[in-house]
Design a protein around this ligand. Structure first.
Ligand code: GLU
Length: 467
């Protein structure tokens, strides 16, 4: 059997981390068995679907490196096919037209609620013919008293009683299919072999099975994965902080870390925590998916991101930082300079944004002095030190780490001061604060011109203060 999986997001919001995990599982499952992974946009809820969300979801999937085969399938472009199949079911008396309006149904629902009863459609149209010219929905006839077996690859066999399922709508009055109809039709048409999705869809499984059986279509194998919970045990949502892949990207998370963190929510391979993508493809199987809910731990996620930030090649980190630098309106540094910044700062940060935040002084000469630092270090006697330092550094031909060190040593000799007494004021002059990368590294990365400019600026600052 050819393995074909699909990710079928509804474009009603950004790509939620839970949905991203579903996409990752489907992608990995097919990749691990040499199958295909398809993308289907389920945009049949006209009121809630938006194109910008579709774009955002696609961008997030691309960012995560989840490649799908073939064209994106859009359900809104296939209305004729659903309509024809619904007609066929009507002809075969497996479905019927129902003329009860949405308002009337709403009224009945309210009424049932008032009486404390479960609302059930009364099936009155199942025996009546067409009422020409009036809008109608199409409902599937569900014969009561039958057992529907769902063989779930994660949870085992689940049996549903068809008496619990009303004659549900498959085609709405506006000609759009319902989710269950479109999903069952497309899973068959796209020859999906396995559906992996959140267990909030278990209740849809018997409905989709009934539809496939009525149409005489094949049925995919199902695997329902447990929810992701927040630390408080409630379903993961906005209250728990960032919830979309886009937000994590903007916060400076790396796609490798996001992929690794999400795959481990609900799937395990022994107690291994860190996986390369190749390892995941090699090791992933449905057997590793647990039955219990997993808990989203933002601290651990951040920690994992920090690990990736330190372990991935410097070029990869630089590449990830560039859009975040641009986002702040800062000029993109030359590649070699950026690589040096990354190499210095990645030990001190957990995210790409952390790197950029702590490196602002590398990107612009136009930074503010931290007030306390200026008060303490940009004082008269240090003005002289800055002059000596500028002089010694300007003499260096090859502006290397060691030569810069030598320059500082000569200032130490000429002033009789220890390194700290020179390095700390210099740090404030060059970076605006008392915390930065190592002073020789800062000087090397900034380069001769920026260092000269910043020392001169600090000297001016001291003079104007004294004046
Ligand atoms: N559009 C559905 C969702 O986003 C897909 C469910 C499924 O995978 O069948 O939840």
């Amino acid at each position: 059997m050819k393995i074909v999986t699909r990710f079928a997001p509804s474009p009603t919001g950004a790509l939620h981390v839970g949905a991203a995990r579903t996409a990752i599982f489907n992608w990995l499952f097919s990749a691990s068995l040499g199958g295909d992974f398809l993308l289907r946009i389920e945009d049949t809820d006209r009121a809630r679907s938006e194109e910008r969300f579709e774009r955002q979801i696609i961008e997030s999937l691309e960012w995560l490196g989840l490649k799908w085969q073939g064209e994106v399938v859009r359900q809104s472009e296939r209305l004729d096919a659903y309509g024809q199949l619904a007609e066929r079911l009507i002809d075969e008396q497996k479905a019927y037209r129902c003329y009860v309006t949405a308002e009337e149904l709403g009224r009945r629902r309210e009424e049932a609620k008032r009486r404390g009863e479960v609302f059930r459609y009364r099936r009155e149209w199942s025996q009546l013919g067409a009422a020409p010219g009036k809008p109608y929905a199409v409902r599937l006839s569900v014969s009561p008293g039958e057992k529907i077996h769902v063989e779930d690859l994660v949870r085992g066999g689940i049996v549903f009683d068809s008496s619990e399922i009303e004659d549900f709508v498959i085609l709405k009055a506006d000609g759009f299919p319902t989710y269950n109809f479109a999903a069952a039709v497309d899973d068959a048409r796209m020859e999906i072999s396995h559906v992996i999705r959140g267990d909030d869809h278990i209740i849809n499984a018997p409905r989709q099975i009934l539809i496939a059986e009525a149409l005489g279509f094949g049925k995919p194998k199902l695997a329902h994965v447990s929810m992701i919970l927040g630390a408080d045990g409630k379903k993961l949502s906005k209250r728990h902080g960032a919830e979309s892949v886009t937000e994590y990207r903007l916060r400076g998370y790396l796609p490798e870390a996001v992929l690794n963190y999400l795959v481990r929510l609900g799937w395990s391979f022994g107690d291994q925590e860190i996986f390369t993508t190749e390892e995941l493809v090699e090791k992933f199987s449905l057997k590793g998916i647990g039955k219990s809910a997993s808990v989203f731990d933002s601290q651990k996620f951040l920690w994992l991101n920090g690990r990736y930030l330190r372990d991935l090649p410097e070029e990869r980190i630089s590449e990830g930082a560039i859009p975040l630098i641009a986002q702040r309106g800062l000029p993109e540094p030359p590649p070699e300079r950026l690589r040096k910044i990354v190499s210095q700062m990645r030990e001190r940060s957990e995210t790409l944004n952390g790197i950029v935040d702590q490196s602002l002084y590398f990107f612009t000469d136009d930074f503010e002095y931290d007030e306390k630092a200026a008060q303490k270090f940009l004082v008269e006697q240090n003005g002289e030190i800055f002059e000596l330092l500028a002089e010694e550094l300007s003499r260096i031909e090859d502006f290397s780490h060691d030569n810069i060190h030598g320059g500082f040593e000569r200032v130490m000799e000429r002033t009789g001061l220890g390194l700290g007494k020179i390095a700390q004021p210099a740090r404030v002059a060059l970076t605006g604060s008392t915390k930065s990368a190592g002073i020789f590294d800062v000087v090397e990365i900034l380069g001769r011109d920026a260092v000269a400019l910043r020392l001169a600026r600090a000297i001016d600052f001291i003079r104007s203060r004294n004046a």
